[in-house]
Design a protein around this ligand. Structure first.
Ligand SMILES: *[C@@H]1O[C@H](CO)[C@@H](O)[C@H](O)[C@H]1NC(C)=O
Ligand SMILES: *[C@@H]1O[C@H](CO)[C@@H](O)[C@H](O)[C@H]1NC(C)=O
Length: 388
């Protein structure tokens, strides 16, 4: 917001005084009293305006409602690229309250494995996972709604893992995994207060993700059940072998074509919250929020204004184009073109994975047993030596 000059114009005060005098003539009484009263009030108001806009220009903006019909009218009259409109996600939220949804980071450490280089894959001008005839059956029926929980870092991960398990095709129809389990039970992140994408991936690597019905989404700070989840008891968890990152638009595209959608960080601007349709890019009047949103890149397309990424968000189907958006590519401030994060699900069903992990466990048990025997032997020898 630009600084506003607030010089009280003398003619404005003069007009106010005249109007007040006129009114007072009608109602009688001392004409001078209201005159000073008006000036005093006027000056006081100026002080408030000065404090509001000049000293703390963001203050008023933060108190604004995100869903604001007047803003939509202004945007939709002037913005040729995208329209703005209401959505259920931010209905009733002020800009200030919306800030906490971006308490999200990619990783606590800069060390992440780069995905192995790929053989040459021909990159088409346009690709959309949600419309790919070979993969359509792997598209979620409805995009997720984060509710009143900062969970973009988990929802983007879970949704991408689901797509990829389905694309690998060993498990039949697409099914949902539980985001709530990861949100509530992963003590290395911050529950409904946000966290790191890579931590949500570590959780899947170590413990696996259980199915949605095992711990359905609530979109609030539900505590992790004390009793172990029945699905975990039954060893039904879908593990990741790990995850890796691809860098730059070309590698991001190759990864999507080869293995499926990727998770990506995006810098959020205020006008993104009420994006409705078209090609998004931040308007000059928009503010940048601190933090990140984590979302899923599902494809790209060519527009009159250049290339756009097609992304899936987690703000429900009433946001954007049924929960999806097209975001102008190559805009540094948005930061969408830099990295994609690729989870690598085992892709086999839980039982198959169990066979694998059972074998690992047995190997480990043998190893541990051998270590123990050796230690005892060493101790035995020591004892003998002492005795001798
Ligand atoms: C959303 O969550 C925040 C923080 O956990 C809480 O302060 C606020 O009251 C909640 N809002 C609603 C509408 O539930
Ligand atoms: C959410 O729950 C965790 C414990 O499960 C707690 O540490 C955290 O403070 C809670 N956050 C809020 C906003 O209630």
């Amino acid at each position: 917001m630009k600084n506003r000059k607030v010089n009280p114009k003398p003619d404005t005060a003069e007009t106010a005084r005249k109007a007040m005098n006129k009114r007072n003539k009608k109602s009688g009484g001392d004409p001078n009293m209201p005159y000073y009263y008006v000036l005093g009030g006027f000056g006081g108001l100026m002080v408030v305006i000065v404090l509001y806009f000049v000293l703390n220009p963001k203050e008023s903006f933060l108190d604004k409602q995100v869903v604001d019909q007047n803003e939509f009218m202004i945007n939709n009259l002037h913005n040729q690229m995208f329209t703005a409109g209401p959505n259920e996600q931010f209905e009733g939220y002020t800009m200030n309250e919306a800030r906490r949804f971006f308490n999200i980071g990619i990783s606590e450490t800069p060390n992440m494995n780069t995905c192995p280089p790929k053989e040459d894959i021909a990159i088409p001008d346009e690709y959309d996972f949600t419309k790919d005839p070979k993969r359509e059956h792997c598209v979620d029926k409805e995009v997720r709604s984060t509710g009143n929980c900062t969970a973009g870092h988990v929802l983007s991960v879970i949704s991408t893992v689901e797509d990829r398990i389905c694309i690998q095709g060993k498990e039949g129809d697409r099914f949902r995994l539980s985001a709530q389990d990861t949100i509530s039970c992963d003590s290395n992140n911050f529950y409904c207060d946000g966290g790191y994408v890579t931590q949500a991936l570590e959780y899947g690597t170590k413990y696996g993700y259980v199915k949605e019905e095992c711990f359905p989404y609530e979109g609030k700070n539900t505590t992790c059940p004390v009793d172990p989840n029945q699905c975990r008891e039954d060893k039904e968890a879908y593990h990741l072998l790990g995850y890796c990152i691809v860098q730059g638009p070309i590698e991001i595209k190759k990864e999507i074509l080869k293995n499926g959608p990727v998770i990506a960080p995006m810098t959020p601007f205020t006008d993104f919250l009420t994006y409705k349709e078209g090609i998004y890019h931040p308007q000059e009047s928009a503010f940048k929020f601190n933090g990140q949103q984590a979302l899923k890149i599902v494809g790209w397309e060519q527009t009159l204004n250049g290339e756009a990424w097609i992304i899936e968000n987690s703000w429900g189907p009433s946001w954007g184009e049924k929960g999806y958006a097209k975001v102008m590519a190559g805009i540094r401030d948005i930061g969408l073109d830099y990295i994609g994060i690729a989870p690598m699900p085992t892709g086999s069903n839980a039982a198959d994975w169990e066979v694998e992990s059972e074998k690992l466990r047995q190997d480990y048990a043998k190893y541990a047993e051998a270590q123990k025997a050796e230690t005892e032997q060493v101790e035995g020898i020591e004892v003998e030596e002492v005795d001798a």
